[in-house]
Design a binder for this molecule. Structure first.
Ligand code: PMP
Length: 412
C-alpha cells in the first residue's frame, strides 16, 4: 500500500468515527454488520474513494445531468465488462433506490405500452408513493392510502413459508409458473413487468432456489413480460458477483436492473438503471432528479467500480462470505433458538423465535460490539448480518465470536 491508500479513520458528527468496517460511537468500537444502511459497502473510509471525492470537491460539486451525460456514458462503459452481455443502455439520473425503481417502472410501461407491474409478497422497492405501491410489504402502508393503480402482488419463492404449501425439489417452481394465472385473473391482462429482488432483502433475506430464476424467465418470455431486477441491495458485490444477475441469479437475465446503496461505496447517494438497448425509451424530461448524476455521485460510482476491481473485493466476499456462513451454521448447531441460517456472499441472516427476541438480541449485540439490524415487520424474526464487503477472515472470526457471546447472553 502507498501512504495514500492506507485507510484513515474518518471523524464524523462529534460522536462518530468511521474506520473500515468499524463505527466508533463515543469512543466505543462496533463492527457494523449493517454496513451503514446497507450502503457503506466498501467500509467507512475506503481511501481512494474518499480522496477522489475530495478532489471533486475542489472542482465543481453540481452540474446539471444535461452536462454529465458523457461522464455517465464513460462510467457505463467502465462497468460493462461486469454487466450481463444483453445490457446495453443506462439511465443514471437518480440518487435513491426508490427513484431508480420509479424510472424502471416508467421504462417498462413506456416501452411495452402496458400498465401493470407485478411484484412479490413482502418485497420492498422504495419509499415513494409508486414504489411503496408496488412493494409487497403492506404493513408499511397501513397508515396511508397509496394507490399504485396497476400493481399486482404475487407469491414469491419463500420456500420456508411456501404460499402453495409445497416443498423444494418437488414443487416445479409453482410460484414462478403461477404467474400465468395472475396475468389472467388478477390483472387487466396488460402486464408490463414483474419486479423482483434477486435475494429479497427487507422481506427476510430470502434466497430462492436457483431454478426459480430460470422458470420465472421462461414464464415471462412466454407471456411477453419484462423482468426488472431490483438490485438496490444485491448489487455492487454484495452477493459475491458484481450483480446477483451476473452470479447466483444469472438465469434471471433481467431486462432492467436497478441499483443504489452500495454503488456509492462509502455511502454517497447514487442510483441508476441498466437495461437492454431497446428499452432506452425515456426522454430527459420524463424522469430525472435535481441531483441525479451530479459530479460527486459520478465520482463515487466510478471509484467504487474501480475499487471493487483493484482490491479484488469479489474474491474477499466469496472467501469471507463462505467463512461467515459456515460460522453461522456452526453457531446454530450450538444455539437451538438460532434457525434458518441463509445467505449468499455477505448478505446473510438467521431467525430467532420472535420479533421481540430480535429486538432484544440487537440490543445485546451492542454490548458485544456489534451493530445488527433485523427485519422488524412481516417476517420480523430475522437478524441480518451484512458487514462491509472488505471484511477480512480474521474480522469475520471476531464477528462470529461476538455473535457467540451475544447468543450466550440471549440464552440466559
Ligand atoms: N429497493 C430495495 C431492495 C431496497 O432495499 C431499498 C431500500 N431499503 C430501496 C429499493 C429503496 O432505496 P432508497 O432508500 O435509496 O430509496
Amino acid at each position: 500500500m502507498t501512504s495514500s491508500t492506507v485507510p484513515k479513520p474518518l471523524t464524523g458528527l462529534p460522536d462518530y468515527v468511521g474506520d473500515g468496517i468499524y463505527l466508533h460511537v463515543r469512543g466505543e468500537r462496533f463492527i457494523d454488520c449493517a454496513s451503514g444502511t446497507f450502503n457503506v459497502s466498501l467500509g467507512y473510509s475506503a481511501p481512494e474513494i474518499i480522496e477522489a471525492l475530495h478532489g471533486q470537491l475542489d472542482r465543481i460539486v453540481h452540474l446539471s445531468s444535461e452536462f454529465t451525460r458523457s461522464r455517465s456514458a464513460e462510467i457505463f462503459e467502465l462497468m460493462r465488462p461486469d454487466l450481463p452481455a444483453h445490457i446495453g443502455a443506462f439511465w443514471f439520473r437518480d440518487i435513491t433506490g426508490s427513484g431508480a425503481n420509479e424510472a424502471a417502472i416508467r421504462i417498462a410501461q413506456k416501452a411495452t405500452g402496458r400498465s401493470d407491474i407485478f411484484s412479490l409478497f413482502l418485497s420492498h422497492h422504495g419509499q415513494t408513493v409508486a414504489t411503496t405501491g408496488v412493494s409487497g410489504n403492506a404493513f408499511r402502508n397501513r397508515s396511508f392510502s397509496l394507490p399504485m393503480a396497476h400493481s399486482v402482488k404475487i407469491p414469491g419463492p419463500d420456500c420456508a413459508n411456501c404460499f402453495y404449501g409445497q416443498t423444494p425439489g418437488s414443487c416445479a417452481m409453482m410460484c414462478a409458473r403461477r404467474l400465468e394465472d395472475f396475468v389472467e385473473y388478477a390483472s387487466s391482462g396488460r402486464v408490463a413487468a414483474v419486479v423482483v429482488e434477486p435475494i429479497m432483502g427487507n422481506g427476510g433475506n430470502i434466497v430462492p432456489p436457483r431454478d426459480y430464476y430460470r422458470v420465472l424467465r421462461e414464464t415471462c418470455d412466454r407471456l411477453g413480460i419484462l423482468i426488472i431486477a431490483d438490485e438496490v441491495q444485491t448489487g455492487f458485490g454484495r452477493t459475491g458477483s458484481f450483480f446477483a444477475s451476473t452470479g447466483y441469479a444469472a438465469d434471471l437475465r433481467p431486462d432492467v436492473i436497478t441499483f443504489a446503496k452500495g454503488a456509492g461505496g462509502v455511502g454517497i447517494p447514487v442510483a441508476g438503471v441498466l437495461m437492454r438497448p431497446e428499452l432506452d425509451v425515456l426522454e430527459q424530461w420524463e424522469h430525472s432528479s435535481t441531483s441525479g448524476a451530479n459530479p460527486l455521485a459520478l465520482v463515487a460510482l466510478e471509484e467504487t467500480v474501480k475499487y471493487i476491481r483493484s482490491h479484488h473485493v469479489l474474491d474477499t466476499v466469496a472467501v469471507s462470505g463462505d467463512r461467515l456462513l459456515r460460522g453461522l451454521h456452526t453457531l446454530a448447531r450450538t444455539f437451538p433458538e438460532m434457525t434458518g441460517v441463509r445467505g449468499v456472499g455477505l448478505m446473510q441472516a438467521f431467525d430467532l423465535p420472535t420479533s421481540v427476541d430480535v429486538e432484544e438480541f440487537i440490543a445485546l449485540g451492542r454490548r458485544h460490539g456489534l451493530i445488527l439490524r433485523g427485519s422488524r415487520y412481516g417476517f420480523g424474526n430475522t437478524v441480518k448480518v451484512r458487514p462491509p464487503l472488505i471484511i477480512t477472515t480474521a474480522q469475520v472470526d471476531d464477528l462470529l465470536s461476538r455473535l457467540r457471546d451475544t447468543l450466550h447472553d440471549y440464552q440466559k
